[in-house]
Write a protein that binds this ligand. Structure first.
Ligand SMILES: C[S@@+](CC[C@H](N)C(=O)[O-])C[C@H]1O[C@@H](n2cnc3c(N)ncnc32)[C@H](O)[C@@H]1O
Length: 281
C-alpha cells in the first residue's frame, strides 16, 4: 500500500498524476486512467523509498526533468508495466499454431521458421511456443530444419527473469505430465522448475519499446505474437504499432493478438483467420 511509511507524506496530486500519465503514454504508449492513481502510487512506492524521496512530486520531477535519471526511468517503467502471463495462456492459439499454421508452412516447404514474441514478459510465452515447435518437430520428423524465437519486452526486470528461465513449480502445475518431463527440470526442495536447454536454446531476448520509430529488428518473421499488450494503448497507438509489426511480418505470415484485442475496425492488410489470429494479405 502507498504511504504506509510515516516519512512519505504526500500522495500524487491530480496535477502531477496527469503530468506523469501523459509522460508514460508518450514514452511507452501505456494509457493510465485517473482511476489507477492508487495502483500507480503503490507500484512506485519502493522506487521513492529507494531514492529517499518523501513525496511523489519530487520523484516525478526527478525522473521527468533530471538529465541523469536514465537508469531510474528504466526502473520506473519496470515498476509500472503489468507483466501477467502464463505458460499456454489462451491455449487455443497454440492448438491453432500446431494444427493449422505449422502444417501450412510444411505444405509450402518452409524449413526455417522465425517467430517473434513481442511483449514476451517473463518468458512463459516464448517457451510455450518453443515447446509447441519441439512437439511438432518430433511428430513430423525432417519437415522443419530449424526455428528461432525472439522475445522482446520493454521491462528489463521481466527480460532478466525470462533469460534465467526459472519459475515457481505452481506455474507448470496444469501442464501435461509429458510436457513437464520433457521440457522442465525440477528443484523439489526450492519448489522451482527450470526450462530445459532443448527449449531455451531456440529463444533469444532483446529489450524493445514499441514506441520507437525503428525497431531495428534484422529478421522477417513468419509468426508474430503480440498478445495482451495492445490493450494498454489507445486505438491510434495500437494501429501504429501493428503497422510497424507489418514491416517485419512475412507475406502470408500470421499475427496473433490477445483475445480481448481486435483490429477489425482498422484498415490493415490483414485478414482474420481464427479468434484473434490474422494473416497478412
Ligand atoms: C500483460 S504482459 C503480456 C505477456 C504475454 N504476451 C502474454 O500474453 O501472456 C504485457 C507485456 O507488454 C510489455 N509492454 C508494455 N508496453 C510496452 C512497450 N511500449 N514496448 C514493449 N513492451 C511493452 C510489458 O512490459 C509486459 O511484459
Amino acid at each position: 500500500m502507498p504511504n504506509t511509511d510515516p516519512q512519505v507524506v504526500q500522495g500524487i496530486s491530480d496535477k502531477d498524476f496527469k503530468v506523469l500519465s501523459d509522460f508514460i503514454e508518450k514514452t511507452i504508449g501505456i494509457k493510465i486512467s485517473p482511476s489507477k492513481k492508487v495502483m500507480i502510487q503503490s507500484r512506485l512506492f519502493h522506487r521513492l523509498k529507494n531514492l529517499n524521496f518523501t513525496d511523489y512530486k519530487q520523484y516525478i520531477d526527478y525522473v521527468l526533468n533530471s538529465s541523469n535519471a536514465e537508469e531510474e526511468l528504466v526502473l520506473m517503467i519496470n515498476a509500472i508495466t503489468t507483466n501477467k502471463t502464463d505458460f499456454f495462456r489462451e491455449t487455443d492459439h497454440f492448438r491453432f499454431m500446431e494444427q493449422v499454421v505449422l502444417p501450412d508452412f510444411v505444405l509450402k516447404q518452409k524449413k526455417n521458421i522465425k517467430i517473434w514474441s513481442a511483449g514476451c514478459s517473463s518468458g512463459e510465452e516464448p517457451y510455450t511456443i518453443s515447446m509447441v515447435m519441439e512437439e511438432f518437430c518430433s511428430k513430423n520428423p525432417g519437415k522443419i530444419s530449424n526455428y528461432k524465437i525472439t522475445g522482446t519486452d520493454i521491462s528489463t526486470k521481466v527480460l532478466d527473469k525470462a533469460y534465467h528461465a526459472v519459475y515457481p513449480m505452481e506455474t507448470v502445475e496444469s501442464l501435461d505430465l509429458s510436457l513437464k518431463k520433457k521440457y522442465f527440470k525440477k528443484n523439489t526442495e526450492k519448489r522451482l522448475v527450470i526450462v530445459k536447454e532443448n527449449v531455451r536454446s531456440h529463444v533469444a531476448y532483446k529489450r524493445l519499446n514499441f514506441m520507437d520509430d525503428d525497431f531495428s529488428m534484422s529478421e522477417i518473421y513468419d509468426i508474430i505474437f503480440c498478445r495482451n499488450v495492445l490493450i494498454y494503448f489507445n486505438k491510434e497507438t495500437q494501429e501504429n504499432v501493428i503497422r510497424k509489426f507489418l514491416r517485419y511480418l512475412a507475406p502470408d505470415g500470421y499475427l496473433f493478438l490477445g483475445h480481448s484485442e481486435t483490429i477489425l475496425s482498422m484498415d490493415l492488410p490483414l485478414k482474420s483467420c481464427a479468434p484473434a489470429v490474422y494473416r497478412r494479405i
